[in-house]
Design a protein around this ligand. Structure first.
Ligand SMILES: N[C@@H](CCSC[C@H](N)C(=O)O)C(=O)O
Length: 913
């Protein structure tokens, strides 16, 4: 039986078209036709005829093949889809045979099996971390001697190439990963062949791909590539390719692949073959952008490693052996923390290992792809810890530059060059089209790097200015992220009536807002709330500081009772410039900036920060999402402005005094958002648990009482998804009371009685049987809902939920919760309610277009992260490596809603009120 991976087969013998009755003459004809085709034509033209004339290579998803005399018997040994890919690649590599394996590292493992114990592998000293790891393993466990030397200098290799050293393999990368150093592939091959004729020249060509560099034509014996990178181009598969010219080596490699079973699976072979067709197209675009990025960073004075730059030390050798510079570059910032800020500050550039895909990536090799090389060895080999690697994709170069520039600026790696007058937008657009390199150099002129000398001078100047009475602003910043989280609430009894002095019973729910206030160093204050599409920033110096109420300078830590209309109006004006934001987005900006300014009390006290918030709490559904947001901004800004302390790890709770301060500011934010809120939502969000809340109205005394014995009650919260406006619903009830006090006042009295009875039941002070307690609460729920209907705040959607839950076989009690007019309904789920019925109820509600959430009530209130534990920030990239510190705001922003609870558990160290 002949199988395609059997040693000695020609590459054409593995082709999928051999399944059809295609004659050898046709194969010869194809070869002749393809002989003069250029690379991109070869990439796109797969010789893939099969018996049905499929125009794309079919996936032969089969482990076995029937019969004794066919070309294939078992997919480990050979498969038509893999064979088709291998034939195609053999042409692209100029190889006798190409082999598709499961990963690039499997390729290296296979190739290294050609080295016997006692023999030597001579490898580079700047090389991919995984390669270094495997070589180290071979050196310590396989009896093979591994020597690392500087492959950029042939003279550095010479001493090792003497026959006594038994060099069996010289392993090269060019350009190297991650410092983009160049090895003279042809020169080294010649020298090695002369001095150590038995040595195999092996080239890891992943940084180039066969499109840009074909080492077999330069004297290499074996080339391998991680197919995960440029060849496939989409980061949707792992693969590795080995390409070989000499038939006896082909035979050995094929033997090993068949013996071990490392050949690429049919589906991945299909995907890789598809990716290869567009390789040159993708890479042309990626390289053109990489060149711009390299020029930009280089002209700003960063040390950039990229063979496309004229300053690259081995540029001449690179361009002798390759036809492009690739799309990976790296640069040094000189400061690891600065590099981490840059990497963490990008949005479009994904923080990830790997390269060569259509999407751009940014990483810190020492913490990620090269973390498996020990810190000592990295230092010895001159691999800077602050090195940033950029892997350029096919996005619009202007978007990539906007993102990178923004991150460099906010990290403090560059500052605006105020002495440069920028081009007009139209001129810049023209230049981008006519001369992209001139465009990028012009763009870079708008910035400069803050040198340590110039910042010393800045300090001196600012000192002199101060001495002369100038009020130079020394921008404050916070030291580390402030991470907070606050719950939403459900009003169980007394909504609307609470505004008129009736007691309301509310409880926290286990749906929350999560937020991070993080430092920046560019004099800006920013807000990111992805759930409502907010991403905005303001120059701190341009905020309306002149309008701050005078008394806020003296009592900055205490919330002013009333909003200052002039300041509020000025902030509204500023925020309304962000026309793209919807109403909720606009309001969240206004509340944030209002609190920020009043708490600062003066421009000089305003730290440069970004507040990032997200929630698994439905917005505008009556579940207190705005109070949770208000609690998060209030608490984090109070810490940032040093009005309260960040809790330490040994603390079990926040103090009563601090809790009250936070509640006061959260209430102020609620006023910005809702006009005249009752204060119950922020009270519950800040304190958690369940409360009976009475607002001080018309001379009546208000108060807040904690209710206990409450946490085990299950509720089904059903979001009708009908949006409503709390402000106008509250105003509607007030107007009704003014117009018809004889109707409304008795309703309010009846609701007060309901709340009183509920308080007694829920405070745990009465000896009521659990079953009776639930039955009684159900009655109160039904009564309260009917009063709310009479106040005119229900909605047809809410009545549908009331009916669906009350219907047989469920028979449950439901009321609207919050403002009504849509939003959410709450259904009490008795302890003995069967799970199957609950599932059926959820299905029924979902089929009516509602969103039910089962929740328990009475959980913790505001939580503040106590320590600077970094564990949730690590991007784990290696079993040995430490991983890279990704700013918490990035991990928060990128966590999907359903993963937020887990994110918060990973953050850990929460101190609650
Ligand atoms: N955790 C992986 C890291 C893979 S790095 C992949 C790629 N070669 C690169 O340079 O980015 C590992 O430890 O191997």
């Amino acid at each position: 039986m002949t199988t395609p991976s059997t040693p000695g087969d020609s590459s054409l013998a593995t082709s999928v078209y051999s399944l059809s009755s295609k004659s050898p003459t046709e194969a010869e004809q194809y070869k002749a036709r393809a002989a003069n085709w250029r690379f991109s034509t070869l990439c796109a033209s797969v010789d893939n005829k099969d018996q049905y004339g499929a125009s794309s290579t079919p996936i032969y998803q089969t482990a076995t093949f029937k019969g004794m005399d066919g070309q294939y018997d078992y997919t480990r040994s050979g498969n038509p889809t893999r064979g088709g890919l291998e034939n195609h690649l053999a042409r692209l590599y100029g190889a006798t045979q190409a082999f598709a394996l499961s990963t690039g590292m499997t390729c290296l493992d296979t190739i290294l099996r050609l080295v016997k114990p006692g023999e030597t592998v001579l490898a580079g000293d700047d090389l991919y971390g995984g390669t270094n790891r495997l070589l180290t393993y071979l050196g310590t466990h396989g009896g093979v001697k591994v020597i690392h030397a500087d492959t950029t200098r042939i003279e550095a290799l010479r001493p090792y190439l003497q026959p006594g050293n038994k060099v069996r393999m010289v392993l090269l990368e060019s350009p190297t990963n991650p410092l983009l150093k160049i090895a003279d592939l042809e020169g080294i091959s010649k020298e090695v062949k002369q001095s150590s004729p038995d040595a195999l020249i092996v080239v890891d060509n992943t940084m180039m791909s066969p499109y840009l560099q074909r080492p077999l034509e330069l004297g290499a014996d074996i080339v391998y590539d991680s197919g995960t990178k440029y060849l496939s181009g989409h980061h949707d598969l792992m693969a590795g390719i080995i390409a070989v010219k000499r038939p006896e080596i082909c035979k050995d490699i094929a033997f090993l692949i068949n013996s071990v079973g490392s050949g690429l699976a049919p589906f991945d072979s299909f995907l890789l073959l598809r990716g290869v067709k567009t390789m040159s197209l993708r890479m042309d675009r990626q390289m053109a952008t990489a060149q711009l990025v390299a020029l930009y960073l280089n002209s700003l004075g960063f040390l950039v490693h990229y063979p496309g730059l004229k300053s690259h030390p081995k540029r001449d050798i690179h361009w002798k052996q390759a036809t492009g510079a690739g799309a990976v570059l790296s640069f040094v910032t000189g400061d690891k923390a600065l590099s981490e800020r840059i990497v963490g500050g990008t949005r479009l550039w994904g923080i990830s290992v790997s390269f060569g895909a259509v999407n751009s990536l940014i990483s810190m090799p020492c913490l990620m792809s090269h973390a498996s090389i020990s810190a000592a060895v990295r230092a010895e080999r001159g691999l800077p810890e602050n090195l940033i690697r950029l892997c350029v994709g096919i996005e619009d170069p202007r978007d990539l530059m906007d993102d990178l520039e923004h991150s460099l600026l906010s990290a403090g790696a560059i500052t605006p060059n105020l002495s440069h007058s920028p081009l007009s937008n139209s001129r810049s657009a023209e230049l981008y089209v006519s001369d992209p390199e001139a465009w990028i150099l012009e763009r870079a002129k708008g910035f400069k790097r803050p040198s340590s000398e110039s910042s010393a001078i800045d300090k001196l100047v600012s000192g002199v200015k101060k001495g002369l009475g100038f009020t130079a602003v020394e921008r404050k910043t916070i030291e580390e992220d402030i991470v907070v989280s606050a719950p939403g609430k459900v009003i169980l009894f007394g909504e609307h009536a609470v505004v008129h002095g009736v007691t309301a019973i509310a409880s926290s729910v286990n749906l929350r807002c999560f937020a991070v206030l993080s430092p920046r160093s560019d004099g800006k204050v920013a807000l990111e709330v992805p759930n409502v599409g907010v991403e905005a920033e303001w120059e701190i110096s341009k905020l309306p500081w002149g309008l701050l109420p005078v008394h806020s300078n003296t009592h900055k830590h205490v919330a002013d009772k009333d909003l200052d209309p002039a300041l509020l109006q000025a902030i509204e004006k500023l925020v309304h410039e962000h026309k793209e934001l919807g109403k909720t987005g606009i309001n969240s900006c206004i509340a944030y900036l209002y609190l920020y300014m009043v708490m600062a009390g003066a421009e000089s006290e305003g730290p440069a920060v970004t507040f990032t918030a997200t929630a698994n709490l439905p917005i505008s559904a009556g579940l207190g999402s705005s109070a949770a947001y208000s609690t998060c901004i209030a608490s984090s800004l109070l810490i940032a402005h040093s009005h309260i302390n960040k809790p330490n790890q040994d603390q079990t709770r926040l103090s009563e005094g601090e809790t009250n301060i936070i509640d006061g500011w959260a209430f102020l934010s609620e006023k910005v958002l809702h006009g005249t809120p009752s204060g119950i939502d922020n009270a519950v969000s800040v304190r958690g648990g369940a409360v009976a809340f009475t607002r001080a109205v018309g001379g009546r005394k208000g108060g807040l009482d904690g209710l206990h014995g409450f946490s085990s009650i299950r509720l089904l919260l059903t979001n009708t998804l009908v949006p409503r406006d709390t402000k106008s619903l509250v105003a509607g009830v007030s107007a009704k009371r003014l117009a018809e006090p004889h109707v409304v006042d008795p309703i309010l009295d009846a609701i007060q009685s309901i709340s009183d009875e509920a308080s007694t039941l829920l405070s745990g002070q009465t000896q009521v049987e659990r079953r009776d307690l639930i039955t009684r609460l159900e009655t109160l729920i039904r009564e309260n809902h009917s009063h709310l209907v009479n106040l005119g705040v229900s909605h047809p959607s809410l009545e549908m939920v009331v009916q669906a839950t009350a219907a047989e076989p469920f028979g449950l009690a439901t009321k609207l919760t919050g403002a009504g007019g849509g939003g959410c309904a709450v259904t009490l789920i008795p302890d003995d309610f069967p799970q199957s019925s609950l599932d059926a109820l959820i299905t029924t509600l979902e089929s009516q277009g509602f969103q039910p959430h089962l929740t328990s009530v009475g959980g913790p209130g505001l939580g503040i992260h106590a320590s600077s534990s970094q564990k949730e920030n690590k991007v784990r990239t290696s079993e040995e490596g430490e991983g890279m510190t990704v700013p918490k705001r990035v991990t928060l922003r990128e966590t999907p809603i359903e993963g937020l609870q887990h994110w918060s558990e990973r953050v850990g160290n929460w101190v609650h009120t």
